[in-house]
Design a protein. Structure first.
Length: 175
């Protein structure tokens, strides 16, 4: 075989390879639209307003007295309570949340002579998931009890800081 024939065969083989790579031997294909539109996310939020207040709810009080943390001073036997209502904004499917109270970093109970309890909707706010719906309102309480059994001069001048307290709403996936 002479060089011209070999060259022509090589060029012809190369052209076939190129045509095959360029899709000249296409198989049938089709596309179809699916039902759709836009996927939009829901809303999630919490509004506790400004109507919550601290009051002295000690057993010896006749009615509750408004107190101001940081100004008024507790003594053994006092029970002070924050009470407010929080509204939930929760639109979308599969909405479940844990609503609770965070006393803040470094805050909390300084000794065994104090107890601090938090409730949301009448239950312990730290462990029970609460199903939420848009527009639900939940009562939130924080109760600080300076035990009457505090001996001698223990915890004189002690602070239970509630200045960093926050109500938290966290979405959880339904089980």
């Amino acid at each position: 075989m002479n060089r011209k024939t070999k060259g022509a065969l090589a060029i012809g083989a190369g052209a076939i390879v190129l045509l095959g790579g360029a899709g000249s031997f296409a198989l049938w294909s089709d596309t179809e639209d699916i039902a759709g539109g836009n996927i939009t996310t829901g809303q999630f939020g919490l509004d506790c307003g400004t109507t919550g207040a601290w009051t002295d709810v000690s057993p010896t009080m006749n009615g509750s007295t408004v107190i101001t943390p940081g100004t008024d001073l507790m003594v053994p036997g006092d029970i002070w309570q924050y009470a407010g209502t929080c509204a939930v904004a929760a639109t979308g499917k599969n909405m479940k949340a844990t609503l609770g109270v965070d006393l803040g970093t470094g805050n909390g109970v300084p000794s065994d002579n104090f107890t601090v309890t938090t409730t949301v909707n009448g239950t312990d706010s730290t462990t029970a998931p609460i199903s939420v719906s848009n527009g639900d309102n939940f009562p939130v309480t924080v109760r600080v009890n300076f035990l009457a059994s505090t001996p001698n001069l223990q915890d004189v001048g002690t602070a239970v800081s509630v200045s960093g307290m926050k109500v938290t709403l966290n979405q959880v996936r339904p089980a």
